[in-house]
Ligand binder design. Structure first.
Ligand code: GLV
Ligand code: MN
Ligand code: MN
Length: 429
């Protein structure tokens, strides 16, 4: 692997006889099935720059290099595996790929399916005669974006946000994980240099289109009895942090009257959030992460911090809902003798994928439905900068961010074939 600090290099391709034979998606997914399994939560816990995620990065680099791809790690920690043109010209490069990090106790497919499918799609493309040397006019690059889930540092799609400048570099570097380590510290421990992190306009200028394949995170395809879909839009979504402060005290000696218990305030507010979202058609609001300070069985907490995830197709309605939640929180906090703070951590407006690129995908997959998604993706961040599209693969459980997430082997192969077909047209433009 080469790094982009300070110079990009184009290594010599691996000779044909030493190259990895074609793999199936199922084989590739099988190779990483033992990495990052979480015995407590079930499923996989692969936070960015954890041992598990770093191991998966190593797996990807090895797979890409065996295929003769030229792998770089950029200054923000994203991996780029290039199938270059003989000329070395990367103008208008076609990008595919996804992420390898996971939520705590997540499923096997969210992220890795897009990466494995990209490798398999490359295998198919490499073998296609019309794409050999002269016919192909665009470089292909498989990208792996770090911290897509934001499960370690709180901001989703951190890698693509840094790349595109969608987050201020200083803010990103100062984000903290649960142990109080800053992103800058963790990235440095991994070998990145925070001084070089941030927007990469030169890289962005090379990219012509991005097609991300992803497991479907709902039952749309199951209900339509179809294996693959084309992405229509991504629901606008944001994350906020709430802090309730009360008075820490003894569970036995403090009478029920006069307590300032932030956990009681938090509980009331969580229910209020659910009710407010239910009264806002199309909205989703979730509290999925909550931290009690100090967190003792016989201790009235002194503070409770929690995260709020709100999504709605209309960003104005999202803002209004968060305002109502804040107002409600202030009221509850006052009634419980506590104080409340609320701060926005990230906001991603609703994204509609590029109509031209999506139309090309539709023409190569005429039976595939177009489905919107409530989940965020790096494709959503990149959509503001280059034509972007997504392919979803059926998930019969309809469940995601949970060990029950599932993809049938046959559907995984169909997804990779659909991805290859979509990329083929773009590579000979
Ligand atoms: C990422 O999967 C998200 O939608 O939060
Ligand atoms: Mn994902
Ligand atoms: Mn996810």
């Amino acid at each position: 692997m080469t790094t982009m600090t300070p110079l990009e290099t184009v290594p010599t391709p691996v000779p044909e006889e030493n190259r990895e034979p074609r793999s199936s998606v199922t084989e590739l997914m099988g190779q990483i099935a033992g990495t990052g399994g979480d015995p407590q939560r079930g499923g996989y816990t692969r936070p960015v720059y954890s041992n598990a995620e770093v191991e998966l990065r190593g797996w990807f680099i090895e797979q890409a290099e065996r295929r003769g791809l030229s792998v770089e790690q950029d200054n923000n920690g994203a991996l780029w595996a290039w199938w270059d043109l003989a000329s070395g010209d990367r103008t208008g490069a076609v990008v595919t790929g996804s992420h390898l990090d996971s939520v705590p106790g997540g499923g096997a497919f969210d992220g890795p399916l897009g990466v494995a499918s990209a490798l398999v799609a490359f295998d198919a493309l490499r073998d296609r005669e019309e794409l050999q040397a002269l016919a192909r006019t665009k470089a292909l690059v498989i990208a792996v974006f770090p911290e897509e889930e934001g499960s370690r540092f709180g901001v989703a799609c951190l890698g693509s946000r840094l790349l595109t400048g969608a987050i201020a570099t200083e803010k990103a570097l100062n984000l903290k994980d649960q142990d109080g380590n800053t992103f800058a510290e963790v990235a440095s421990m991994y070998g990145l240099d925070p001084r070089f992190m941030g927007p990469a306009p030169d890289r962005m200028a090379q990219l012509g289109a991005f097609v991300e394949l992803h497991v479907e995170q709902g039952l749309g395809l199951g209900e339509l009895n179809q294996p693959v879909a084309i992405g229509g839009s991504i629901l606008g979504h944001g994350r906020w942090r709430l802090g309730l402060t009360g008075q820490g005290n003894h569970a036995g000696t403090t009478l029920m009257e006069g307590r300032k218990d932030p956990m009681v305030a938090a509980s009331r507010l969580v229910v209020a959030i659910r009710d407010l979202a239910r009264h806002t058609p199309g909205a989703r609001a979730t509290v999925g992460r909550l931290n009690l300070v100090p967190g003792g069985t016989n201790v009235i907490a002194s503070a409770v911090d929690f995260w709020l995830d709100v999504r709605h197709p209309d960003d104005v309605i999202t803002a209004a809902l968060v305002q109502r939640i804040h107002d409600s929180g202030l009221l509850v906090a006052a009634e419980e003798g506590c104080s409340l703070t609320l701060s926005q951590e990230s906001l991603s407006p609703t994204v509609t994928f590029d109509p031209g690129l999506s139309a090309r995908l539709i023409s190569s997959m005429p039976d595939a439905p177009v489905l919107d998604t409530g989940a965020g993706h790096d494709a959503g961040v990149l959509a503001g900068h280059l034509p972007t599209a997504m392919i979803f693969v059926r998930n019969p459980s309809g469940i995601s961010h949970s060990p029950e997430e599932y993809v049938e082997d046959a559907d995984a192969e169909l997804g990779a074939a659909a991805l290859a077909e979509s990329l083929a047209g773009l590579l000979i433009d």
